[in-house]
Ligand binder design. Structure first.
Ligand code: PGA
Length: 318
């Protein structure tokens, strides 16, 4: 492997990602024969085939998979080194990769705004997906930091909670239970319900609470998006349980109301998490500390009234 060059490892990583010499060549602005020669030389240095071709697509061999994992480690360490050097020079710059659950998209961009203003040299990639996918990305070490609503089990992690994320029952304004207070939870039995998809943390929390209280709801529709669920509620398709933060921009005159059902809101929190063995880059560490030290305060001053309009709906529901 001593004969392999960093450039070859980069070409290999891109080829493995695309499963194609041609697409790798396009991304790297090289010709296809150059990519294929580089991969031949790398294969020779490794002493085992790295790809096998099935039809037009390249698949990694076992040696190829091992090499890909090694490349990812090497590039991550080099990125970290660059960020450390920038830090030593007195500037924070580099790349911050975040993956967050769907509800966090209502607050993370608000937190990133002031953070990126403070450190203009930082570029961010934000992946928004459901709980299961966030945990999968964490297992595969795809990002710097992860934001779930409950810390994943069976993974050794560092984790810190930074904001509440309560789940509430949402209904259209015209719903017969809309004006009532302290509604017994079993009154939801038989209601048409709009449920998040399998793998969603919201869904897990809702199913757990309903199972604990033997409430059986009628799932009429399953949707993979909080916004689509809000539209479906407004459209009269049923009620649902979502994070109160999904109402942040709705205002008190919106089409949805929070029902005052016993055992709600389900108390939840957002956590910022990274794998225990991972050495955080300077930039990721700065964001982790920022969430921990200033997250709540920034959100309250930034979303303040809108955040509380969700709360106000709770108190004006009667
Ligand atoms: P979900 O997570 O997008 O997987 O439902 C949201 C949450 O747990 O708050």
């Amino acid at each position: 492997m001593k004969q392999a060059t960093l450039h070859q490892l980069k070409v290999f990583e891109v080829t493995a990602r695309h499963g194609s010499f041609t697409r790798a060549a396009e991304e790297l602005f090289l010709t296809q024969p150059t990519v294929s020669i580089q991969m031949k030389q790398l294969t020779k240095a490794v002493g085992l085939p790295l790809f096998e071709q099935v039809g037009k697509r390249l698949y990694l061999t076992t040696a190829g998979k091992e090499l890909l994992a090694t490349c990812q480690d090497v590039f991550e360490r080099l990125d970290q080194f660059e960020m450390t050097v920038a830090d030593l020079k007195g500037v924070k710059q580099g790349y911050l990769r975040l993956s967050v659950i769907t509800t966090a998209k209502y607050v993370i961009p608000r937190l990133l705004g002031p953070f990126c203003q403070r450190y203009p040299g930082i570029d961010v990639s934000l992946t928004v997906t459901n709980h299961e996918q966030v945990v999968e990305r964490l297992r595969e070490n795809q990002d710097d930091l992860y934001i779930p609503s409950h810390p994943p089990e069976n993974i050794d992690i560092h984790c810190h909670t930074f904001l509440d994320n309560p789940l509430v029952v949402l209904a259209p304004r015209s719903h017969p239970l809309a004006g009532e207070t302290n509604i017994p939870i079993h009154r939801l039995s038989g209601e048409s319900f709009i449920m998040r998809e399998q793998g969603s943390g919201t869904r897990q929390a809702v199913e757990k609470l309903f199972a604990e209280h033997s409430v059986s709801i009628k799932v009429r529709l399953e949707l993979g998006s909080n916004e689509a669920i809000k539209q479906a509620i407004a459209g009269g398709l049923g009620i649902s349980v979502l994070s109160r933060h999904t109402l942040a921009l709705e205002g008190a005159a919106g089409q949805l109301v929070i029902l005052d059902v016993e055992h709600f809101p389900i108390p939840r929190h957002w956590y910022v998490v990274y794998p225990a063995g991972k050495q955080l880059s300077v930039v990721a560490r700065a964001f982790f500390d920022y969430l921990q030290d200033e997250g709540r305060q920034v959100i309250e001053s930034n979303l303040g009234e809108n955040l509380h309009s969700g709360l106000a709906m709770t108190s004006t529901r009667a």
